[in-house]
Design a protein around this ligand. Structure first.
Ligand code: NAD
Ligand code: TDX
Length: 358
């Protein structure tokens, strides 16, 4: 681990009760001696089971705060008195953004604005030495760049062209963060990452949906023709990239993080079915459950990331290839069906199709 997170460093993570934030918090607690302040509104996708289960979690301080509340956000920043802010909190599911875009504007745009203003106030009052080491790291997505044709890939210089309310709200938040650097001098770093997968992902995203539908013997929904392409990255590899970017990245710069894992959705779903056929054999292959359903409105065709900048400048590369990562993920879900059931009940989400405009 980079020595920048020296013992006692105060890291404010927003969205640390979510899928990627949770992985980051666990990594910080296990591999550094930093204090981790976890600001999260504890929404439908939040869960701290994985953090609470760690043997070392006394440096984890949960701050149940909604970023849409400016006063509460200011108080949380004051209480955590951070050396580093890693901002992951966001409404994150494209299908939900189609049904209810306002929540995405509130959390992702207004929430980021409130956080930036609270952090700017904090940063301006720091001693010169702490100011010099301070970083605000904004965690974003490749979806801000829109949709690719069959060739090419996104990089740090790709023009923004978001298509969904979710990606438009993330694009807006990227612009705000960059503006707070250019106008007020806030020392920021931005990362834009491709699709993550792994343990503890809320079961509304493609990979857990497929595993759980298959195990329940229910139709596995494949949107449209199933030929849309995503660039899959194991969540721990993303977290390693985040830690490199925040500790060694250049102020004001953007780093794209991708998995070198381009697959059509059809291929991803078939791969999961093949693994399940081996681990939980049934008379008929799970692939017989794959069902083409109505397409997502505004469905981006293809994402792919060129990660050369973070590889060349910071030495990042993913450690898990898709075959290993997806197998471990399927095994994790098989062994944690009780968690899936609990979070389904707690959130009120039972795997029904959303975001069709019907
Ligand atoms: P997630 O939905 O699992 O977790 C997000 C967390 O943020 C939740 O715990 C939620 O309660 C919290 N949150 C949302 N709005 C908030 C608010 N107003 N105030 C406080 N907390 C709030 O999402 P994730 O998949 O872990 O994604 C984390 C971040 O990474 C997001 O910013 C997302 O845009 C970005 N990202 C995700 C992926 C991916 O594939 N999942 C890829 C690239 C980037
Ligand atoms: O049941 C499904 N069937 C299906 O075919 C679901 C849930 C999805 N899909 C398709 C839609 C996408 O082409 O699979 C692909 C992946 O879908 P999601 O898991 O919803 O992810 P995506 O829309 O690509 O966005 C994800 O990656 C970028 C995250 O949700 C975002 O938070 C991140 O920014």
């Amino acid at each position: 681990m980079n020595p920048w997170f020296s013992p006692g460093t105060r890291v404010l993570v927003t969205g640390g009760a979510g899928f990627i934030g949770g992985c980051l918090v666990r990594c910080l607690l296990q591999e550094t001696e930093a204090y981790v302040f976890n600001l999260d509104k504890l929404g439908y996708a939040s869960d701290c089971t994985s953090i609470n289960a760690l043997s070392i979690n006394d440096r984890h301080i949960l701050l149940p705060v909604n970023l849409t509340n400016l006063e509460a956000t200011k108080a949380a920043v004051k209480e955590s008195n951070p050396d580093v802010v890693m901002h992951l909190a966001a409404e994150s599911h494209v299908d939900r953004s189609i049904d209810g875009p306002e929540a995405f504007i509130d959390s992702n745009v207004k929430g980021t604005f409130n956080l930036l203003e609270s952090v700017r106030e904090h940063w301006e009052a720091l001693s010169q030495e702490r100011q010099e080491h301070f970083r605000f790291h904004h965690i974003s997505t490749d979806e801000v760049f829109g949709s690719l044709g069959s060739q090419g890939s996104f990089s740090e210089t790709t023009a923004y062209d978001p298509c969904s309310p979710y990606s438009a709200s993330k694009a807006a938040s990227d612009h705000l963060v960059r503006a707070w650097h250019r106008t007020y001098g806030l020392p920021i770093v931005i990362t834009n990452c491709s699709n993550n997968y792994g343990p503890w992902q809320f079961p509304e995203k493609l990979i857990p949906v497929v595993i759980l539908k298959a195990l329940a013997g229910e139709p596995i929904p494949l949107y449209g023709d199933g030929e849309n392409i995503r660039d899959w990255l194991f969540v721990e590899d993303h977290v390693e990239g985040l830690l490199l970017a925040v500790t060694a990245g250049k102020i004001g710069e953007t780093y794209c993080i991708g998995g070198y894992g381009e697959r059509t959705n059809k291929k991803v779903v078939e791969t999961i079915c093949t693994i399940l056929d081996e681990l939980r054999p049934q008379e008929v292959s799970y692939s017989s459950l794959i069902t083409k359903v109505k397409d997502r409105p505004g469905h981006d065709r293809r994402y792919a990331i060129n990660s050369q900048k973070i590889s060349n400048e910071l030495g990042w590369k993913p450690r898990h290839n898709f075959e290993i990562g997806i197998r471990n993920t399927v095994i994790w879900y098989i062994n944690n069906l009780d968690w899936c059931e609990k979070i389904g009940i707690k959130s009120g989400y039972q795997g029904n199709r959303i975001g069709t405009l019907d």
